[in-house]
Design a binder for this molecule. Structure first.
Ligand code: ADP
Ligand code: MG
Length: 619
């Protein structure tokens, strides 16, 4: 979409490419960045002060929308109409979040547990996508104000563990805000790019740990650069651990020192908010100062760096445990890590930097502004997509396996967990009934052998298959998983070329905890799952043999001896009975007995048929 314009100073035509912006759509804060003279820059607010837009949306009685700092102020005065942390709700069903609804000050609607959550503000209902779109619109306004030109293309970042539904929801939010989302990029990948990691040839094979401690969440991601692309080797973290918890530790300390019961700040919301802001101020000050003294009524409001560090050490310890777990999951020793990248406002704390450096046994990358690095990296990614930098592909992995349901309710994995994306995988199937003209294709996500234990993402029907005997149609099913983790499934009957496809816009998401639980479940149930799969597969095979046997008896009635025919029927009946029971070995044995007896007869039948066909040809 290059446009030509006249560069007045140089007096010549210049190639003007569309600006593509990079957006960090955060839980606590969001921001937008773009490239100026080959340098990524985060956009400041109108006052020229902060680059951060608090991810808060407020609606007044006339349904007018406020976003950012102005909305954040309403958290105290009008909490029921002020929405924060909406990122936690992206692509989620009420069932996914019901256990932590207490954390929100606003109303979350639970019509049915499998549909996406909605948020009630007065008498209007909003989806998390619509609310995120309001934040994105504000960022778009900001950058357009700076550039004095419309902006319509963006790269938006998401946590590495976001699943298809959450990525799709983020894309949709962009669309709703009037942005063409060219790419959804993982936050740790963007942060690495901001430090220039992965941009040169030497990067090949390097391992990167990205430690992201924000306002309410903690993520650790281990990346590897393979063939010039970023791969996520593992992710870990805690969706309820961040700066807010550090603030709370300070509040609890001050309450104790001043002998004030916690119930008082629960009742007095205004006091609660005032002390919370004071605690955050103290925390930030202590990132550079050794001592903090504030004021609040006649309370004693002081805190030393040492006291603060003692208070929060247990919280920081938890992040270190997660780092070690992520390393173990990636199969790496700490010595194998080449770079440690610090992301998120809370990594400004000296204690955090020290502990992380010690854990990985190396200096950490903390020179850039930690709350800007993700947006800066997104702007660099946007620049690469605009063709302004050498071509660098960014690649990630699927956190859960994707597949379809096959006969007997079995999960047939097509794209295995941890596969690189983008991925294109195809597999052939056939019909199980004569003259079958429709085939239902149900798509699932998960690690278990039976689809009933996995997550259904969608289903569709391939219609218009020309009637053929069972087993003859060749139905190819292709999974295309794009770089944003969005799944397209296409089914084609190869003899007739009839085809249908769907794009999976998953109806509901899946939390990080659910994902972890699914993995654990699949391991704990591996043995019984495997036994069930073996039984179902034996039954399927037996049913196919029984169908073929019935056909054989009918087709070869003219020459088969009555005794042979009776014996085949008897063995088939034995197999049928075994199939009704649950002993897979008995089924396999009955199949073998029947096959053994019928094999020479089937051979005779084949020869007779060939002879028949040759005779026919001579005439
Ligand atoms: P998110 O990724 O969740 O949107 P950010 O990366 O913007 O969040 O981090 C916000 C958090 O960083 C807040 O809890 C804030 O108090 C904390 N923070 C910001 N500056 C400092 C500082 N100087 N010292 C300690 N914490 C800080
Ligand atoms: Mg962040």
């Amino acid at each position: 979409m290059a446009k030509l314009s006249i560069d007045l100073k140089a007096g010549k035509l210049k190639d003007e490419r569309d600006v593509i912006v990079g957006i960090d759509l955060g839980t606590t804060n969001s921001l937008v960045a773009y490239m100026v003279n080959g340098q990524a820059v985060a956009v400041k607010d109108a006052a020229g002060k902060s680059t951060l837009v608090p991810s808060v949306v407020h609606f007044n009685a006339d349904q007018e929308v406020l976003v950012g700092d102005a909305a954040k102020e309403k958290l105290i005065t009008d909490p029921a109409h002020t929405i924060y942390s909406v990122k936690r709700l992206m692509g989620k069903s009420f069932g996914d979040i019901s256990n932590f609804e207490q954390y929100f000050g606003y109303k979350i609607i639970d019509e049915d547990t499998e549909s996406l959550v909605k948020i009630r503000v007065a008498d209007r209902f909003f989806t998390p996508i619509e609310l995120s779109a309001e934040i994105l619109k504000e960022l778009k306004r900001r950058i357009e104000g700076v550039l004095q030109a419309p902006v319509s293309k963006a790269v938006i970042t998401v946590p590495a563990y976001f699943n298809d539904a959450q990525r799709q929801a983020t894309r949709d939010a962009g669309k709703l805000a009037g942005l063409d989302v060219l790419r959804i990029v993982n936050e740790p990948t963007a942060a690495s790019l901001a430090y220039g990691i992965g941009l040169d040839q030497e990067a090949e094979g390097q391992k990167i740990a990205v430690y992201d401690l924000g306002g309410g969440t903690f993520d650790i991601s281990i990346l590897s650069i393979e063939n010039g692309i970023f791969e996520v080797l593992s992710t870990n973290g805690d969706t309820f651990l961040g700066g807010d918890d550090f603030d709370r530790a300070i509040i609890d300390h001050w309450l104790a020192v001043n002998d004030i019961p916690a119930s008082r700040i629960q009742k007095d919301k205004h006091l609660g908010q005032t002390i919370r802001l004071e605690a955050e101020r103290a925390k930030k000050a202590l990132s550079t100062a050794d001592h903090y003294t504030g004021s609040l009524d006649d309370w004693q409001i002081t805190l030393s760096r040492e006291q603060f560090e003692t208070l929060v050490t247990p919280l920081v310890d938890r992040t270190i445990v997660a780092c070690n777990q992520a390393l173990a999951d990636a199969g790496l020793a700490t010595s194998a890590v080449d770079h440690v990248v610090m992301v998120g406002g809370s990594t400004r704390m000296p204690l955090v930097k020290q502990r992380v450096a010690k854990c990985f046994g190396r200096e950490v990358n903390a020179q850039l502004n930690p709350d800007e690095v993700v947006a800066l990296g997104a702007a660099i990614q946007a620049d690469i997509l605009a063709g302004n930098q050498q071509d660098i592909l960014l690649l990630d992995i699927t956190p859960l396996s994707l597949g379809i349901e096959t006969v007997g309710g079995l999960m047939d994995v097509i794209v295995p967990r941890n596969s690189k994306v983008p991925a294109k995988v195809g597999r052939q199937y056939t019909t199980s009934v004569d003259g079958q003209t429709n085939l239902k294709i149900a798509v699932y996500q998960g690690e278990r052998d039976l689809v009933e234990h996995n997550r259904k993402l969608g289903e569709f029907v391939l219609r218009g298959i020309p009637p053929m005997p069972a087993g003859l149609p060749k139905i190819e099913i292709h999974f295309y998983l794009d770089a944003d983790g969005i799944l397209k499934v296409k089914a084609t009957e190869l003899r007739s070329n009839v085809a249908t496809e769907i794009e999976i816009r998953s109806q509901y998401g899946i939390s990080e905890e659910d994902m972890a639980r699914m993995l654990i479940d699949s391991i704990q149930n591996a043995q019984s799952d495997m036994a069930t799969r073996a039984l179902l597969e034996a039954r399927n095979e037996a049913n196919n043999i029984l169908l073929a046997t019935t056909k054989f008896l009918v087709q070869n009635k003219s020459w088969l001896a009555a005794a042979a025919s009776a014996e085949i029927s008897r063995l088939a009946e034995e197999l049928r009975q075994a199939t009704a029971a649950t002993d897979k070995d008995a089924i396999n044995k009955a199949m073998e007995t029947l096959n053994e007896y019928a094999r020479p007869l089937a051979q005779d039948a084949l020869e007779k048929n060939i002879a028949q066909a040759m005779k026919g040809e001579k005439v």
